[in-house]
Design a protein around this ligand. Sequence first.
Ligand code: ZN
Length: 243
Amino acid sequence: MEKEKEKKTIFDIPVAQRIYFENSNLNLFRKLFFLSPVILFLISLFGLMITNELKVFSFKNRANLLIEKNDGSILGHLPYEEISENKLVDIEPHIKVHIDMSESLLKMREDAEKDNVYLVFLSGYRSQKLQKDIFYSLKSMRNQIAADRARVSAPPGYSEHSTGFAIDFGDATKRETDFEVEFENTDAFRWLIKNAAKYHFRLSFTKNSKYVDYEPWHWRYEGSIEALKIFEPSNRRIRNYKN
Ligand SMILES: [Zn+2]
C-alpha cells in the first residue's frame, strides 16, 4: 500500500523537448560563436603582421638614411680612389681604361659595328688632377656654384672616371650629341640599352638618379670583382631607391 502511495506522489516530469529553430541567422550566430576564438586569433595575427611590417619598413628607412649619411658622398657623388697607372691600358690615343674592362669594351664596339652602330669613346680614365681642372674650370666658365656644377660633373676624387671603369660614349654619326642628353635619341644609345649588359656595362646615372643629372653617355663596367667592390656603395644606393 505504501509503495503504491509513493508511486502516486511521483511527479510527472515532462520530457525535455528539443526545439529546432529554422532560423538561418541563429545558425550563423552559433557558427560565429564557435568560430570566434579562431577569428580573434586571425585578427590578432594580422595585426601583429602589420605592426611588424611597419617596424621593418621604418627600420629599413632609418638604415638607408644612415647608409646615405655615412657613405662619404659630397654633393651626391660617392668617393672613388684613383686607379694605379699599371692597371691602365691605352685603347686609343688619349683614351685609357682599366685593363680588366678593355677587352669587353673593344668587343662591344666591334659587335655594335656588325649591327651598323658606330660607338665613339669620348672619355675613359681621368686623373683626379684632370677632374679637378674640369670641375673648377667649367664651374667658373658657367658661373655656377659647386652644388649646381656637381649635378653635371663630379668633384675631383668623386668621379667614376678615376677608377678606370667608366667610359663616355658618343655616336660616330651624331657627334653633335656628344655629352648631351640628346645622345639618348641615337642608334648608339638604343644599341647600348639593348646590349651593354651582355658586356657587363651599366648606365651610371639614369633618369631616376636622385643626386646626379641623367647622363645617357656615361657607362661603367661591372664585370669584375674589383669593379663590383668599387661600385657597391653606388649599387646599394640604387637598391635603396627601390625600397
Ligand atoms: Zn662620364
